[in-house]
Design a protein around this ligand. Structure first.
Ligand SMILES: Cc1ncc(COP(=O)(O)O)c(C=O)c1O
Length: 370
């Protein structure tokens, strides 16, 4: 075990994934207040933290429930007492759909579909239970991933109703838009997504099918969805931790501020005239969205040293390198896959310098990819 409750931060073994609980709680409260003030529902995405404890904290802050991306992720959180889950993704395998149906008998559950076959198979699985499930039609709002064309949403909604299932509304998430750096390009992408939502709603109206809710949005764009009057629920995930990639986005006018709350604690294990080598490589942090930033040291650059090593070099003349044995805090490039590399996150109260280990946060859905 890399940490013991009550120990000072300095005693946490490295590398370790550390949550600054004060920063995380500020982020939870800020997003909850934002959604409340704009009268939109908040259903944060638990794929970011994969932790039932954090999901429950989000619900204590007013979230209606959480999203998950996978059946096994939903099962892992339900097993730990999370009672309202939305699988914001397609499930097509009959055996897996039987698990979805069984889960619907235990918790309040919703799911997304984007095919007639998906509806038929879901309906068949649900017939074996007396449980209910909310079904959202996913529309492609510009991501080019899952989702039907907006004009086809009504046909699928009708199939859902005809199959005896409950049509709950539209899933409209634009993942690529989240990471467009500039405000103008992000705004353009969500404007186009809004046009897709309007088109889908018009198709539903034409068939007199009520659309109770449009759900979507991520941490890079939620200000736009919330202001649009189209989306009624925000699925923001990364705001809880804020990774380096999100910090590199130009911030939206009017967007609340979120703090980095997820760090990898590392230690210098080898020191040379031109570089310091830390004990955290890409088995400690995901690098799909780029390398970590060295917290509090803009004058140092992190280079990938492999599975178990990170190499720090000065990026300004004369910047001092950390000494052998010194602690170096890293802000991961991408929080979701970083969390999935760890069994436990170490929750720290009182800051990274003087803080104390308050809680060990289990990554309940670690490796829940099916
Ligand atoms: C369907 C869906 N909704 C919401 C999110 C949360 O986005 P973010 O972590 O950018 O806030 C994701 C993230 O990938 C997603 O796939």
């Amino acid at each position: 075990m890399s940490a013991v409750i009550g120990d000072p931060v300095t005693a946490i073994d490295s590398p370790a994934l550390v949550v600054d609980l004060d920063a995380m709680e500020r982020n939870l409260a800020t997003m909850a207040a934002y959604a409340r003030d704009r009268a939109v529902r908040l259903r944060p995405h638990a794929k970011t933290h994969k932790s039932a404890w954090i999901a429950r904290r989000q619900m204590e802050h007013g979230a209606v429930g959480v999203c998950v991306q996978k059946t096994s992720e939903a099962e892992a959180l339900a097993d730990q007492g999370v009672s309202d889950l939305y699988i914001s993704n397609e499930v097509i395998d009959p055996a897996k759909l039987a698990r979805v149906a069984a889960l619907a008998a235990r918790v309040r559950l919703a799911i997304a579909v984007d095919s007639a076959q998906g509806v038929e198979r879901l309906a068949a699985a649900m017939r074996a239970t007396r449980a209910a499930i909310d079904v959202f039609v996913e529309i492609d709002v510009g991501h080019g991933r899952c989702g039907v064309a907006p004009a086809d949403a009504a046909d699928l909604a009708r199939r859902i109703r005809d199959a005896g299932l409950r049509f709950a509304g539209l899933q409209a998430y634009h993942g690529r838009a989240q990471h467009l750096r500039g405000v103008e390009e992000r705004s353009g992408a969500i404007e186009a997504a809004g046009a897709a939502v309007r088109a889908a709603r018009a198709a539903l109206d034409a068939q007199r099918i009520e659309c109770a809710l449009v759900t979507g949005a991520g941490s890079g764009s939620f200000v736009l969805e919330a202001a649009s009057g189209l989306w009624g629920e925000l699925q923001v995930g990364s705001y809880v931790f804020m990774d380096r990639d999100y910090a590199d986005n130009e911030s939206m006018p009017g967007a609340p501020r979120f703090d980095h709350a997820l760090f990898v604690k590392s230690q210098v294990m080898s020191r040379h005239a031109d570089r310091a080598v830390v004990d955290a490589g890409h088995k400690s942090h995901a690098i799909d969205s780029g390398l970590p930033r060295v917290w509090g040291r803009d004058d140092l650059e992190f280079a990938n040293g492999g599975d178990e090593h990170g190499i720090l070099r000065a990026n300004r003349p004369g910047a001092p390198l950390p000494a052998l044995g010194e602690t170096v805090w890293l802000v991961p490039g991408h929080c979701d896959p970083t969390v999935n590399l760890h069994d436990t996150m170490v929750g720290v109260r009182g800051g990274l310098e003087q803080g104390v280990v308050e809680r060990l946060i289990r990554v309940d859905a670690r490796g829940a990819l099916s």
